[in-house]
Design a protein around this ligand. Structure first.
Ligand code: SDX
Length: 435
């Protein structure tokens, strides 16, 4: 919408002469203005927006995305600066508390998180209810959801301190649960958290250490892993965050809400795309076959989509993808894998797609999932754990968004309406008379 001055209201006029309706236009501190349609219901009119392509479901101060310019800010800080100068503990503190911690605050926050990394020992039995080959995301949905049965002493969700304790418990315990989902898959014993390690090093320890060998996390890989966590920590009102908010809007237990978010993230159109991207690259196998897959991606009769490409909001390169590509280089160099065929294939695919009219005209660019799988695979993390790691990182954002919603005195239970397309009223015929 281009004009010299910003509009402050919009008038709905009807072609049947019904009285027009004036709706205010609200402005945020950054980004698009919104039309406040809350008063429409009393006029008996609803709006229709499946997939929420044009709908703001809430107001938030946590994350800002400018899709046209490819900008991403956590509490106002550009993702590039956070990825370069901070670690995941600082970013988690920022998302949850609104400010980057001082060094004293960071020490206190880290000590608090480290004091919650253990899980109730009986919770280990929940894992054993799953088949060994269960997908780690299936295990995480179940085990994180079961936390509502172990940590039900949660106080009032409207009490800031109770919410803060919940945030610490989830931030601390989800890595343990995620790593144990992998260990359970392998049939290896659970490795207990070592709280002298950093958050990223601790997760790598729980993933890769065994009781029989000394394990020292590679500091370069731990730093790269920590950056992956930062890049995935929050992303405004994406599908899984909206799921957490909607579940939480009824006052549901926060552990159950985070489990709902994990379930939503699992989908290949969302957080499951990193696993799907690597599967796609493995299936393409060789640069010579890229054209065949680009052709399939354009074919409307083929359900195939180019995994790791496109985004609901970004109409430019996902800033996280550019940082992830750089991290890829660093990790592959560190591991002496700079000739990794998968990475070369991904870069060739990215180049070809970015020159193809179909992708250019639809502003389809690589997103965060395009390179993350390659980094994690190079670090020895199996495909099936990619989305579990995405969930572990996004727990910081989910809990920040859940807390923000519960702190908002105006928040209501989410209850969308519908456009009914079913039968009009009809009278029931008893079964004895039905033909
Ligand atoms: C994440 O929302 C978030 O913030 C999510 C996330 C986060 O951090 O939380 O950023 C994480 O989920 C990233 C996205 C990961 N998903 C994938 O990489 C899966 C592949 N991408 C597509 O499924 C798709 O791009 C979506 C789901 C991501 C976005 O879909 P939209 O916004 O609903 O777009 P669309 O389906 O309306 O596409 C518009 C056009 C269509 O073609 P036309 O009808 O105009 O001819 O673009 C086409 C689509 O067919 N298109 C693709 C494509 N993505 C869109 N064509 C081929 N390959 C693709 N990947």
């Amino acid at each position: 919408m281009k004009s010299s001055t910003k509009p402050t209201k919009v008038t709905l006029s009807f072609d049947n002469g019904a009285p027009s309706i004036e709706l205010p236009i609200l402005s945020g501190s950054l980004g698009n203005d919104v039309i406040d349609i809350r008063s429409l219901a009393k006029h008996g009119i609803f709006t229709y927006d499946p997939g929420f392509m044009s709908t703001a479901a809430c107001n938030s101060s946590i994350t800002f995305i400018n899709g046209e310019e490819g900008l991403l800010y956590y509490r106002g800080y550009p993702i590039e600066q956070l990825a370069e100068h901070c670690d995941f503990m600082e970013v988690s503190h920022l998302l949850i508390n609104g400010e980057l911690p001082t060094s004293v605050q960071k020490e206190e926050f880290t000590r608090t998180i480290n004091s919650h990394t253990m899980v109730h020992d009986q919770l280990t039995n929940i894992f054993r209810g799953f088949r060994r080959d269960a997908h780690p995301m299936a295990v995480m949905v179940g085990v994180v959801g079961s936390m509502s049965a172990f940590y039900h002493t949660l106080g009032d969700i409207h009490d800031a301190q109770s919410r803060e304790i919940t945030a610490h418990q989830l931030l601390a315990k989800v890595p343990t649960i995620a790593a144990w989902s992998y260990k359970y898959n392998l049939g290896q014993p659970f490795m207990y958290p070592q709280n002298h390690l950093s958050y990223a090093e601790n997760f790598m320890y729980m993933m890769f250490a065994t009781p029989c060998e000394k394990y020292e996390p590679n500091p370069i890989l731990a730093k790269a892993f920590d950056r992956i966590l930062i890049l995935h920590a929050d992303h405004e009102q994406n599908a899984s965050t909206s799921t957490v908010r909607l579940a939480g809007s009824s006052g549901a237990n926060p552990f159950a809400c985070i489990a709902a978010g994990i379930a939503s993230l699992w989908g290949p159109a969302h957080g499951g795309a990193n696993e799907a991207t690597l599967k796609m690259l493995e299936e393409i196998g060789d640069i010579s076959r890229i054209g065949e897959y680009i052709k399939r991606a354009k074919d409307k009769t083929d359900a195939f989509r180019l995994m790791g490409f496109g985004h609901r909001v970004y109409r430019n390169m996902d800033p996280r993808a550019a940082i992830m590509r750089k991290t890829c280089h660093e990790v592959l160099d560190e591991l002496g894998l700079h000739n990794d065929p998968m990475f070369k294939l991904a870069m060739a695919l990215e180049k070809i797609a970015l020159e193809d009219e179909y992708f250019v005209s639809r502003k389809l660019y690589p997103n965060v999932d395009f390179y993350s799988g390659i980094v994690m695979r190079a670090m020895g993390i199996p495909n099936s754990m990619f989305t579990a790691i995405f969930a572990l990182a996004r727990t910081a954002g989910w809990i920040a968004q859940w807390s923000e919603m519960n702190a908002d005195p105006e928040h209501k239970i989410g209850r969308p309406r519908q456009l009914y397309m079913g039968e009009a009223r009809r009278e029931l015929v008893p079964i004895s008379n039905r033909k």
